[in-house]
Design a protein around this ligand. Sequence first.
Ligand SMILES: *[C@@H]1O[C@H](CO)[C@@H](O)[C@H](O)[C@H]1NC(C)=O
Length: 352
Amino acid sequence: MRLICICIAWLILITQIIMVTCKTKNHVPAVIVFGDSSVDSGNNNRIATLLKSNFKPYGRDFEGGRPTGRFCNGRTPPDFIAEAFGVKRNIPAYLDPAYTIDDFVTGVCFASAGTGYDNATSDVLNVIPLWKEIEFFKEYQEKLRVHVGKKKANEIISEALYLISLGTNDFLENYYIFPTRQLHFTVSQYQDFLVDIAEDFVRKLHSLGARKLSITGLVPIGCLPLERATNIFGDHACNEKYNRVALQFNAKLENMISKLNKELPQLKALSANAYEIVNDIITRPSFYGFEEVEKACCSTGTFEMSYLCSEKNPLTCKDASKYVFWDAFHPTEKTNLIAANYLIPKLFAAFR
Ligand SMILES: *[C@@H]1O[C@H](CO)[C@@H](O)[C@H](O)[C@H]1NC(C)=O
């Protein structure tokens, strides 16, 4: 009898050890973010650009009604994803002096609103180019090694979840606005050019120790309020040409991702395609409880963003949760939450 008890006790202990080991193996200790305004949590506050959002009404639904530099009334998808993984509630911006390396142990954001894969895109509004986001990431790794020790730091770097979200500005702030790229590339060639840069970026992250990547392509960029507003001859409907460009780009990005998954050891990169979900929201907004999809909440809802989004403008909506878009170029917190909730089960399946 006593022997059986001891055996059972041992069995329970061993099972627990196995469970704990498995859990640590699948654990995501940090969420690390690269990209543009879709995920910037305040880096642009600290650089010399006009593209900022660290003033009201931005952030009015954020904790404490605080503008942080997020291009939203509230939180962005990486915040929701980090919370779902039990890592932290909000991802701090790397350049924000309110945070230290201690805060960044569990997550950090290198994203910069207005940036793109193409260096020429980040030049337009003088924001942080993607290569510079990598430089910041290297600097972060050094600080992390000093702070938690080399072994722990390397573990965090390889087990962290990396969220990458950009590309919209390459088309809408660069290619279709300035003649430079159009003179050299057809839109299909430009997509290939961007995907080559994205591939190079993933290779660099992998060589720096990143293993779990989630790469978000483009949403229906032709349906952003600004694009509707400027679609004068199309009766302010979505710009379908831009939507087709987004879909083609996503397909090419996905091909590149599956190629690298086969090629790079231990890489697990997920194509976190949010096109379908955002398109569904735009197509049947009332199903999700939205009342307005064409115009944004801020000001006239047609072209304003950044400094043109003024708290004093009497037209700014009262309840952003009725709006799909917050400003002419960015979704509301509610849209971000729906998109994040769509992606989270896929991320759990791949990385938890
Ligand atoms: C972008 O600029 C950086 C720094 O000057 C450079 O190293 C990189 O090759 C450039 N990328 C492309 C695609 O030209």
